[in-house]
Design a protein around this ligand. Structure first.
Ligand code: ADP
Ligand code: MG
Length: 252
């Protein structure tokens, strides 16, 4: 390696351009063969760095989102159930609702694919440059209660407020404690018109007050959640059940 190449690599490292560092020689050889001028070469190298940087950032965002599994829209079998309708889900993948700070409410019985679609939309958002954080509601309430005891609630709240999208999975499966519910409703209030919430729930809206308690707080939270929101209804029987039955049929 010539002295100037060694120096160049040193500088690229200092400048934190790892892809340009690893690719500069190979690209230079290719550019020489293609008779590319200096600016053309530099352009190629910059493009490689940019593409790689975006990929690394998307990976970081995906990791920070703490999704419980990897589920994509392509893995979702729309023919298996009458709703949600495919064009609407595909439209949501594009992410306009996030720019408009709208909420998504995914409502329906257990096993109908609510969490699957929530994860798929969260992944698409991460890949498109949005900050996402996924929580199961019980986990979030525990985290909020712990933060309150440790007096780190402010920090947690400001961390959450920095997200473009917060997913609240399984709202209402376990009736929350009063203190927990209040912290959760606070969060819903804070998010209102500042960021998007994605809520999955098996509770029909009419039963929220009964299950979550506190007519005033639940009413206010529901009001904020549903104002400027897209509601996806999931119907039918559990996909897990259908799937198990299909397999059994195949075996016999
Ligand atoms: P819910 O959150 O509504 O209880 P999940 O999203 O957890 O349901 O779905 C249960 C399981 O079935 C998951 O493994 C999910 O990937 C799968 N699943 C549900 N609906 C579909 C579907 N239409 N196509 C493919 N997989 C599905
Ligand atoms: Mg679920």
């Amino acid at each position: 390696m010539s002295k100037s190449t060694v120096l160049l690599k040193h500088h690229l490292k200092q400048l934190k351009l790892p892809t340009m560092l690893s690719e500069c020689e190979k690209t230079a050889a290719g550019a020489a063969k293609a008779n590319l001028d200096h600016l053309g070469y530099l352009l190629q190298l910059c493009e490689l760095e940019l593409v790689d940087r975006e990929r690394r950032a998307a990976e970081r965002r995906l990791k920070a989102a703490k999704l419980p599994a990897s589920k994509t829209r392509d893995e979702f079998d729309f023919s298996a159930r009458p709703s949600p309708n495919k064009p609407l889900v595909l439209q949501l993948v594009a992410g306009d609702w996030i720019d408009k700070r709208e909420n998504l409410l995914l409502v329906g019985p257990s096993g109908t694919g609510k969490t699957h679609v929530a994860i798929a939309l969260a992944m698409a958002a991460c890949l498109a440059g949005r900050k996402v954080r996924f929580y199961r509601v019980t986990e979030l309430i525990t985290t909020l209660l712990e933060a309150r005891d440790e007096k780190s609630l402010l920090r947690l709240r400001s961390q959450l407020a920095k997200q473009d999208v917060v997913v609240l999975d399984e709202l209402g499966y376990v009736p929350a404690s009063k203190a927990g519910a209040e912290l959760l409703f606070d969060l819903i209030g804070q998010a209102y018109e500042c960021q998007s919430l994605v809520v999955t729930t098996n509770l029909p809206f009419e039963t929220w007050i009964e299950v979550l308690g506190s007519e005033r707080l639940t009413g206010a939270a529901l009001d904020r959640l549903t104002h400027r929101s897209v509601i996806l209804e999931f119907h039918g029987e559990s996909y897990r059940l259908q799937d198990a039955r299909r397999r059994r049929r195949k075996r016999s």
